[in-house]
Design a protein around this ligand. Structure first.
Ligand code: NAD
Length: 426
């Protein structure tokens, strides 16, 4: 481990060059965020502001961090999952002088130690993926919420759900913008990003053939829909489990088999949870699974598959390959758990492709900038969870289309008049 007190703690500084090359690769695929970097490089609108971030340390995140720095911000960073940090990327950021505290394979205690290190700079803004940083401030350092923090942003569904609950209970002490809920984030990152990278993670950890397999996807929300769609494209028989009638109906009309987990557990070959809810797969499901099944999770926390139950049922556990553990049941059946039940796309693969993170992180940048610009005008959002501005969504989508060389039509004045003409009929 390489450490400089108060400055960084990363796995191996010698891997910085490799990390730097991977960051450059991501930069070449993130034109919208790079355009924002170019736009704000000279004016430095974030100068004088300190941002603490707690989000997966990937090459794409590094592009965001560097964009904040170029726009004048002081940044400190930790990873939001013990298994998702790309050590070479963390080393590259540390070499660049970014205070970063993150390494792959840390334990939970170390995870919170890292968050604490990022708070030493007394941030003005927080950037979360799962709200662990915000919770740490509220629970351990509440004074920061009133003395230095002016606002925060949240990247993922699970974090947004919890922060909305916190705001409703009157417990949220500073405003947060729900970047997750932007159309250019939720409908792209969670669908196409999670869809592709989850299968990427499963393939890297198993290298199995997906065609012809019964793949059970728990949850047909944004992430689950993406996973189901991509699995179907690779020739799998996709089975969806749901708790929400409309989501189950959508899955049915998309041509997927829908059934309860009790039933799916008996016939599935690969199980993927994508719900954001705990105990989706528990002991009664493990007990009826076939020999050799693969189980993994792509929801935010490692609670969707009850690993405690799996351990109790197992007679032995061994690692069969990277990110793949074999649990042998008392009757000899084997169940393979990937990435210890943590986000399989980030733990066993590299997370979402850069192209999709381009939009998510452009939203993050714009949302942080909005909080700062309001602050400069002496204004502040209410202590609630706020949506991103609708115009921002369209602007980011427009920029993305331009970088893809796609032109679209524009409404004529006549068409605009027609849409709002409540006097005309047939
Ligand atoms: N792997 C990643 O990189 C990644 C990326 C984005 C989001 N996420 C996480 O994935 C999870 C899902 O996010 P989303 O945006 O798809 O949320 P969503 O709200 O769009 O969808 C979740 C779906 O799960 C269903 N569900 C809830 N409990 C269930 C249960 N017990 N069984 C079956 N279905 C159930 C809900 O009805 C809903 O349709 C969240 O934890 C989110 O933070 C992960």
């Amino acid at each position: 481990m390489d450490e400089k007190k108060g400055q960084f703690k990363v796995r191996d500084l010698k891997s910085a060059n490799e990390g730097q090359r991977r960051i450059e690769w991501a930069e070449s695929r993130m034109p919208v965020l790079m355009a924002l970097r170019e736009k704000y490089r000279k004016t430095k609108p974030l100068k004088g502001y300190r941002i603490a971030g707690c989000l997966h340390v990937t090459k794409e995140t590094a592009v965001l961090v560097k964009t904040f720095v170029e726009a004048g911000a002081q940044v400190s960073w930790s990873g939001c999952n013990p298994l998702s940090t790309q050590d070479d990327v963390a080393a590259a950021l540390a070499s660049d002088g970014v205070p970063i505290f993150a390494w792959h394979g840390m334990n939970v205690q170390e995870f919170y130690w890292c968050i604490d290190q990022t708070l030493a700079m007394k941030p003005n803004l927080t950037l979360d993926d799962g709200a662990d940083l915000i919770f740490t401030i509220h629970n351990k350092h509440p004074e920061l919420a009133t003395t230095s923090v002016i606002g925060g942003t949240e990247e993922t569904t699970t974090g947004v759900h919890r922060l909305r609950a916190m705001a409703e209970a009157g417990a949220l002490r500073y405003p947060v913008i729900a970047v997750n809920d932007a159309e250019t984030k939720w409908d792209f990152d969670n669908v196409y990003g999670t869809g592709q990278s989850t299968l990427d993670g499963i393939l890297r950890a198993t290298s199995v053939l997906l065609a012809g397999k019964n793949i059970v996807v728990a949850g047909f929300g944004h992430c689950g829909r993406g996973v189901a769609m991509r699995a179907k494209g690779l020739g799998a028989n996709v089975i969806v489990t749901e708790v929400k009638p409309t989501a189950a109906l959508k899955a049915t009309l998309e041509g997927f088999q829908v059934m309860a987990m009790e039933e799916a557990a008996r016939i599935g070959d690969i199980f993927i949870t994508a719900t954001g809810v705990k105990d989706v797969i528990v002991d009664r499901h493990f007990k009826v699974m076939k020999d050799g099944v693969i189980v993994c999770n792509t929801g935010h926390y490692d609670v969707e598959i009850n690993i405690g139950h799996l351990k109790k049922l197992a007679r032995s556990v061994r690692t069969v390959r990277k990110d793949n553990e074999e649990y042998r049941m008392k009757n000899g059946r084997r169940i393979y758990l990937l990435a210890q039940g943590r986000l399989v796309n980030l733990a066993a693969a590299e997370g979402h492709p850069s192209e999709v993170m381009d939009m998510s992180f452009a939203n993050q940048f714009m949302a942080q900038l909005r909080i700062v610009e309001l602050h400069k005008k002496g204004q502040r959002l209410e202590n609630k969870v706020h949506d991103i501005a609708k115009e921002q969504d369209q602007e980011i989508a427009k920029l993305k289309l331009e970088t893809m060389g796609i032109d679209i039509d524009r409404l004529t004045k006549e068409q605009v008049r027609y849409i709002t003409d409540y006097a005309s009929g047939t």
